[in-house]
Design a protein around this ligand. Sequence first.
Ligand SMILES: Nc1ncnc2c1ncn2[C@@H]1O[C@H](COP(=O)(O)OP(=O)(O)O)[C@@H](O)[C@H]1O
Ligand SMILES: [Mg+2]
Length: 338
Amino acid sequence: MKIIVLSGGYSTERNVSFSSGVLVANALIENGHEVMMLDLFLGTQNKDFPPQYRSEPTYSYSFPEKEPDLDDLKKTTGIDSLIEDSVLCLCKKADVVFLALHGSIGENGKLQAILDINNIPYTGSSYIGCLLAMEKDVSKELFKANNILTPSGFALEKGKSEIPTDVHFPCVIKPCSNGSSVGVSIVNCSEEFSAALEKAFSYEDKVLIEQCIVGREISVGILGDKALPIIEIVPKSGFYDYQNKYQKGFADEICPAAIDKELTEHIKNEALKIHKILRLGYYSRIDFIIEANTNKPYCLEANALPGMTPTSLLPQEAAAVGIDYNSLCEYICNNPIK
Ligand SMILES: Nc1ncnc2c1ncn2[C@@H]1O[C@H](COP(=O)(O)OP(=O)(O)O)[C@@H](O)[C@H]1O
Ligand SMILES: [Mg+2]
């Protein structure tokens, strides 16, 4: 097949997406496909990923420690459209478009709707699933309506909502629809509150203030109609923030997690239920924390396009049931949204 791996884009997770993209692209080439990596935002103007199909797995990317400066990217390139002009034309000629995008229009349904309208097959979830999973306040309402345990919380809109005075600590403040822990803070006392709120608002006009769940952090990948083994994440310090997610060796990941059989089954069933409620597609990944005091799993969020980077969780979970990275990419490509 001729496959375009769409990555980058105008997103705080732009670099994470390149990291996923090169791995996916090389894997698909090794599987015998012709593959073109393409930057959604810069398109043909991204000199690192020229618009040519390759049949040798030669893509490479070295992951910067810092998040990308998007304002600077816009200024230096002078581009203001979120999809470069040539991208859809190129995608129309491919057999399938593999979405190695994370965050922003690549994961919130907007791009998926445009691909639908243009009759371009793509991987992952439909625009509805992406939208429901991306908007954390909307997912939370759906979790509550379906008796899925989730941290209590509420959304605040910049300049519109009253700043609450009765917040319980510790709490978590996060942008409503970001990813990769960008803009997320754990707030331990009232003195830390304003700075954390300002940080989250610097990424988005809507933020979520949530009860902080203290316990074991786990994640469950869904592939097809099955839940993969649960993975436990143990950061060496702090919580599972951007650095702990993407710098090798900053967190221990244990898969399958040492959780008793009954609770494992319960969490896997909850994850499958969440995948269905949010109308997700062929694959997804659902994040939970098992509260230390009660041993109950609280769902934090669902990811419509989970990471495929060297440190990402879903590939490790697939590997635990004998599905290697290349096979995982192949399955995803063979089950597109059309
Ligand atoms: N309510 C919460 N209680 C405890 N930790 C949280 C909570 N919400 C988020 N976190 C921490 O922040 C990380 C990122 O939050 P998450 O909601 O998964 O957003 P995203 O991964 O999309 O940035 C989580 O992996 C977890 O470490
Ligand atoms: Mg998460």
